[in-house]
Ligand binder design. Sequence first.
Ligand code: C2O
Length: 598
Amino acid sequence: MQAMNTHLLLSPTTTVIDRRPNDLFPKKLSSQSSRVNRKGRRSCSVGHKGANGAHNINPSCSIKPEADEDRRNKMDRRNVLIGLGGAGLGLGLDTNLLASGAPIPPPDFSTCGKTTDEVTGLDCCPPTSEVKTPTRFKPVAPPKSSVRTRLAAQNAVKDPDYIKKYRRATELMKGLDVDDPHNFWNQAKVHCSYCDGAFNQNLAGYKCLEIQVHNSWLFFPFHRWYLFFYERILGSLIDDPTFALPFWNWDSPDGMYLPELFELDNGASPLYDHYRNTKHRQKDFLLDLNYSGTDVHQDPKTLIDNNLKTMNRQMNTKDRCVFFGQPYRAGDCPNPGGGNIELIPHNTVHNWTGDPKWLAEDMGKFYSSARDPIFFAHHSNVDRMWHLWLEKIGGKNLEQDDWLNAEFYFYNEKKELVSVNVQDSIDIGILGYAYEDVDIPWLTTKPTARKPANKAKPDGLGLQDQSSAAKGGFSLDSKISIAVPRPKQGVEKAEREEILILRDIKFPSDQGLKFDVYVNDDADTPSQPSQSEFAGSFVHVPHKHVMTFKTNLYLGITRLLKDVGADKAASVVVTLVPRYRNGPVTIGAISIEQSSCD
Ligand code: C2O
């Protein structure tokens, strides 16, 4: 295989390495005032074509108060799906799937519309010239000799052959024809279209139809498949089926930097992207997994300790909905709530990598993030966390049919449109790849309890007032402490994780937002992420969508309660500290409940 590739690797490189189309260059922050000014007037009737070719008003632009119809029973939904008749079946919905539940249906590439971004929307649609009825892709485990082993980026960079291959494959991908679905910029569009409202579910009668692959249980499987095809396309371009993406090993001190692999040759590499945070690309600049928009000056030892304990905290839950994200089914409004790893470090690393100078593009905005090759190394490690959670933490995959049967469409390495489901993504052995075995230092770095003497007292909101969304919730303008009652311990539920839930978090979607959550913490100084009182954070990666974003935060706190000595307490004091925000943030309700995740 090595020999066969030599001609490719040694072929003269083209002078123009980065053929980023002109319209993909981000504008500088200073020239963006018109967008900000126009946002209030944004029309929601951006051209989404329905299956019948008629323009629909996009119903997902504005989020209306949650109504009971969201929770219609499965039978109801099945009827809606079956009601599509030929159209539904023609779109690849098979009858078994209809009979077993109502997973999110796959998008119809041929009716892809502009995204719900900005005034006119963006064209994120992958090329449609090749669109045919998708065929079902079933992965088959390859022979051992062609398993794709994903290396830690800090190790991959030591192998000149690997660097040559990766660069060559990416260079070829960037140079492909603009109509080619394998073209690097078209691959980036696949991500944009699945996360910025370019696709609607082919359903009628629901107020939320946008397909969204973030902030729910679709997060891990969607991105696993996305990388799977991207990696195989790269491999096919250099004729090496064993080619594997690297992973950005941000969970270990060895990889807590912007990986050198993506910064080689002063930018004369196809793996380089100009739109990365200039400061963070300095050599030896340590990554902060709890990045809050500014670089806090911490000595390296403290920062590494915080990072490792953050990893330990985020990985340490057996609750499947806390880990994977909340259920998201056909007709549900998007963004029911992201899982632990999606929030931190996934979102924080996106935000840390993007450059505020360029409106956080590329990595700090979902629509543009896959234009940076580093995206795929970042997601390779995100995917590795799913794998490690099963292997090292004893986590179990979700078993609901509505998760297992959710489908996505991708172009495979032969440019065929294929459909894949979640079920077929859960075994990386069958998908033909593996991860290099590297140290996992966070496995044994548990946060430690601070148990402050001067505990925060609740301000303002009484126990009842804050517990009901009907009362309009509360605004998160500044630090706030709230007393939250714990559920009565039921015998049968004793093993279920106790979850701190913040429901109906609303804020402008195009703005960054992060707030940290503490339980029984000190009144004056918030804990470090290395301390048990630090429960977690809500982190948003801005979309270009200008709308009210509505989501929920679920934090598993069973271990925390024990560590801080509150496992017998009737209530705890929860302190919320906004770290950055750019507009009004409201929270509908806060509660502690036994997990109802199955
Ligand atoms: Cu689809 Cu890291 O985002």
